[in-house]
Structure formats: structure tokens, C-alpha cells
Design a protein around this ligand. Structure first.
Ligand code: NG6
Ligand code: CA
Length: 514
């Protein structure tokens, strides 16, 4: 058949048709990708998800122009495991040491691990992470005065501009590629877990001098009138002001996008808003009646708007997939007395859900999740289940890269659902973990199983009333009737309960679920 055809059609025509097929119908140029991840932003914290106590016009616009997911999740209810899973496409509980990283934590994702960044880089993308890292740097410890590696550059990023841990932990310096930015070698940076001397000023012995008091933990080194977890000395010229973080991420991102506008590029915009210490820029302080927690949401919304403006200005909006998500659910008092508890009023940070940060109830991981790609994604609302852990496989598919067999072991290609395609399906099950205590949630369809190994930190302040914890180690909830997971129906549904327990065990014990 092939032979007969070639006899009749000249070779150049065959080549031409092959060229036309690969370059027109199949391989549209790979779009740019911007993943914006907020920190501790809850399902109910933004306007398009029902918040009325504050305004988020830029996020709302993104949702109006794209798909807004009502069952969009992150994979864990704290930062480090969600970020680990987003990048590696593998559940954090499969690797030890993936709980909340300490200030002096070494790199958690080792070089050689396939990540969403390395996959995209392989297919020709320029890749950058700008913002909060919190996945450790260095091996076996960060070398603050030398090269901070391994880090993002060793796992697929061409560029990074980082807050190395999280801003309630020391040190308050930027890391640009492998180095602390603006570090004067004559004033070396030291970071540790113990005060370097007895008279060293801390949040305990200088509590009166603080501009924002702590409520638990966070009483080590004082910088910018705020005491933190951990201790550091030196590096004075390198230190930033908390108030300037949002502006720094925007400036760095806009410059990087502009420099790579010919694409394709992948930017992971890892905002620190609205994590503690909540210290938005002065121009946002007082923007809401909710205190600095609400004001930080407004600052985050502004950052989103600035990045969108840059995409518009460079005519990239129709060639860029934007994904907006959060790394875990909301918390009010997370260690500082910033008024979040007192000023909450009727605002419901987790929307209709119970729990929040640290919890495997829906409030811990069900988050604002929006995708926008002008001209490609039809605006709408989707109830398909999608998770940040799926971005690795889905974005790899978008870029046309094959996933190696042993990589991204829990990441599903849900690209059609992310793009809002008709009848496209998301995940058929959704596993939720906390910081690694052994508590799990498993949602299959409308059913939700909770396995409780340890008592969850109280989230009474998020939901206003305390969540009634079920008595046994397992509880079953029927989400359409009971989104707040208050009525354990496991006794009335023993078969469903047993089925989900078996599925959860199988998922946990497997090497991967893909
Ligand atoms: C907790 C901290 C909390 C926050 C969290 C990490 C205390 C008492 N609590 O241990 O303030 O830093 O870790 O948050 O220290 S995350 O969003 O980065 O996971
Ligand atoms: Ca977080």
C-alpha cells in the first residue's frame, strides 16, 4: 500500500503533507504556563467563591474569563507536602521528611527527580520559580554564604528568585539562583536553631518592642519588629522588609516574563500572601475590615492583576494558560496576634466546609482553583475533581512530553478537564493528606472517608463553631447533604465504608496510583 502510494505521489509532496500535519493540526505551538499559588488562601476567601467581606476583582476576572472549579484541591493541608506533590506529581507521604520544612532544612526534592519544571524544560520551556520555596536548599544543609544547591536549578528550573523558607521562619533574605542576594561577604549570614548568646534579643526577652506580637511559637529572632521561628545573625544588607514581598514577586515576574516573551515559558508564581506574618504593604493596610489577613488577600489579588496586565501588554494572554490555586486551606491564628480572629465577622474563609489548614476535612484542601487561557478555554464553572498534584502530568501532556514510567507517580492527566472541554472528566478519586501525621481523607464521587490517626489541631476559629469530631478512627460523610462533614454515616453504610477503607489502604500502600 505504502509502496503503491509513493509510486504515484512525488516524495516532496509526501514530505510536505507530513510537515503540514505535524505543524498545523497536531502541534499547535506550546502555550506559556503561569501557575499562581497562594499561601493559606481558603475556598471562601475570594469574591468569585462567595466572599462578600472583601473584593478580589482580578481573581474574579480571571474566573470570569476561564474555568472556575468547585472541586479543585491541593493534595495536602500544609505547605511543604502540597508544593512537593505539585512539583513531583507524587504524594508527599510516599517520601519521609516532606512535612513543614525547618529554616535549616536541606533540599527535599533531590536532583534526578522528574518535576513539572524538568518535564517542561525538556520540551524547550524556559522555567522559573519566583516567591516562596519552603522545600529546603542544599545538601546536607544550606550553605547560606556559598552556593545554595541543590535547589530549584537542580530540578528543572532555569531561574529562581526565592524566599527560601516561609516568612515566619528565618532568614528574611532573597535567594537569586544559587546565592543570597546582596550578601556582603564581610557580614556573613548565620542561621540556626538556638540563640547564639544569652543576651541575644528575641521575641521573648524583647516582646515589648514588637510591632506585631506572637501568640504561639514565633519568638526567636526579631527582624522588622516581628519575631520568627529560628535564629539568625548577619546578612544585614541582604534583608528585606516583609511589606515589600508582594512588590518583589511582581517586579521579578514581570521582568522575567518580558525577557522570555518569545516563549514558551513556565512561571511558578509562589506568593507568600496570605501566610503569617501577615504584613501587607502599607498601601494595602486597612483595605478591608478583616485586618491584615483580609488586607493580604487584597494584596494577593493586586499581584494577580499585575501579572495579568503584563500578559495583556505583551499580547500573551491568548497564548498562556494561567492556573490559580492555593497550597492549603485557611487558618486564622497561625502564631501572631494580627486581628484575624477578632475581625472575622461573618466571613467564612473555608466557605461551607469544615476544617482548614492542618486538617483532612474539605476545608483543608478544597481551594480556589481557576484556569484561564483566553480564546482556548470557554468561560464556565466546572464541578470536575482536579488537584494540584495533577498539574505535572497535565502540563506535560500539554507540552507534548512523555512521562517516564517511574515519574510523577500520582499525577493524572486531567488536561481536558482543566481546559474545560465538554464532557471531560477529572479524577475519579481524591486523596487528601495533612502534614504527615497519618490522617487521610478520601473522596470518591459524593462520598468522603476520613481516617483519623491523631487529633487535628483545633480549627474552631475558621468555622466559628467547633467541628464535631467523629468517635471512631474512620468516618464517612455524604458531601451533597453534608458538605461540612458533621454527620458520620459510616454505621448506616458499612459496605461503602469498607470499600473506601480498602481503597485508601491500597492507595497508601501502592508505589503510585497513576
Ligand atoms: C507551623 C507554625 C505555623 C506555620 C506552619 C507552616 C507554629 C506554632 N506554627 O508549625 O505558624 O509556620 O508551621 O505553614 O510554629 S505552611 O503553610 O508553610 O505549611
Ligand atoms: Ca501554606
Amino acid at each position: 500500500m505504502f509502496h503503491r502510494l509513493t509510486m504515484r505521489i512525488p516524495t516532496f509532496a509526501l514530505l510536505l503533507s507530513a510537515f503540514v500535519i505535524t505543524h498545523s493540526s497536531f502541534a499547535a505551538p506550546a502555550p506559556n504556563i503561569v501557575v499562581i499559588m497562594a499561601d493559606d488562601l481558603g475556598f471562601g476567601d475570594v469574591g468569585c467563591y462567595g466572599a462578600t467581606a472583601l473584593k478580589t476583582p482580578n481573581i474574579d476576572q480571571l474566573a470570569a474569563e476561564g474555568q472556575r472549579f468547585t472541586s479543585g484541591y491541593c493534595s495536602a493541608s500544609t505547605c511543604t507536602p502540597t508544593r512537593f506533590s505539585f512539583l513531583t506529581g507524587t504524594y508527599a507521604f510516599r517520601q519521609k521528611g516532606t512535612g513543614i520544612a525547618a529554616p535549616t532544612a536541606p533540599a527535599i526534592i533531590m536532583p534526578g527527580t522528574e518535576t513539572v519544571a524538568s518535564l517542561l524544560q525538556k520540551s524547550g520551556y524556559q522555567t522559573a520559580v519566583i516567591g516562596k520555596w519552603h522545600l529546603g536548599l542544599g545538601d546536607p544543609a544550606p550553605d547560606w554564604n556559598g552556593d545554595l544547591k541543590p535547589g530549584p536549578l537542580e530540578i528543572g528550573f532555569n531561574h529562581c528568585f526565592l524566599l527560601p523558607t516561609t516568612n515566619d521562619r528565618v532568614p528574611q533574605v532573597f535567594v537569586k539562583d544559587h546565592r543570597v542576594l546582596n550578601l556582603d561577604p564581610k557580614d556573613p549570614l548565620w542561621v540556626g536553631n538556638k540563640a547564639p548568646s544569652e543576651d541575644y534579643p528575641t521575641g521573648i526577652n524583647h516582646r515589648d518592642s514588637l510591632k506585631m506580637d506572637w501568640s504561639h511559637g514565633h519568638n526567636g529572632t526579631i527582624h522588622n519588629g516581628i519575631s520568627r521561628i529560628g535564629f539568625y545573625t548577619g546578612g544585614m544588607a541582604a534583608r528585606f522588609r516583609d511589606e515589600d514581598l508582594g512588590d518583589a514577586w511582581v517586579k521579578q515576574s514581570n521582568e522575567w516574563i518580558e525577557a522570555h516573551k518569545d516563549g514558551p515559558f513556565f512561571l511558578f508564581f509562589a506568593s507568600h500572601d496570605i501566610h503569617v506574618p501577615r504584613m501587607p504593604h502599607e498601601r494595602f493596610q486597612g483595605a478591608t475590615t478583616l485586618g491584615f489577613r483580609g488586607d493580604s488577600i487584597v494584596e494577593f489579588d493586586w499581584c494577580v492583576g499585575e501579572v495579568m496586565k503584563t500578559l495583556d501588554r505583551l499580547h500573551l494572554a491568548e497564548n498562556t494558560l494561567v492556573v490559580l490555586c492555593s497550597d492549603n486551606g485557611p487558618v486564622l491564628d497561625d502564631g501572631y496576634k494580627d486581628g484575624a480572629v477578632e475581625k472575622i465577622g461573618d466571613h467564612r474563609p473555608a466557605g461551607p466546609y469544615s476544617g482548614g489548614k492542618y486538617s483532612v476535612l474539605e476545608g483543608g484542601t478544597r481551594i480556589p482553583f481557576i484556569t484561564r487561557w483566553k480564546g482556548r478555554i470557554q468561560p464556565g464553572v466546572s464541578d470536575q475533581v482536579v488537584c494540584t498534584i495533577d498539574l505535572a502530568a497535565s502540563l506535560a501532556a500539554l507540552a507534548g512530553v512523555n512521562l517516564p514510567e517511574n515519574a510523577c507517580r500520582d499525577s493524572f492527566n486531567v488536561l481536558p478537564a482543566l481546559l474545560g472541554e465538554t464532557n471531560a472528566k477529572g479524577r475519579d478519586h481524591l486523596l487528601q493528606q495533612d502534614n504527615g501525621s497519618g490522617n487521610f481523607g478520601l473522596r470518591v464521587g459524593d462520598w468522603k472517608l476520613v481516617r483519623r490517626k491523631v487529633k487535628t489541631q483545633s480549627q474552631a476559629t475558621v468555622t466559628k463553631k467547633k467541628h464535631k469530631e467523629a468517635k471512631g478512627p474512620h468516618a464517612l460523610y455524604f458531601l451533597p447533604d453534608d458538605p461540612a462533614e458533621e454527620n458520620d454515616v459510616s454505621a448506616a453504610n458499612p459496605d461503602k465504608t469498607a470499600e473506601l477503607i480498602a481503597k485508601l489502604d491500597a492507595l497508601i500502600n501502592a508505589e503510585g496510583s497513576r
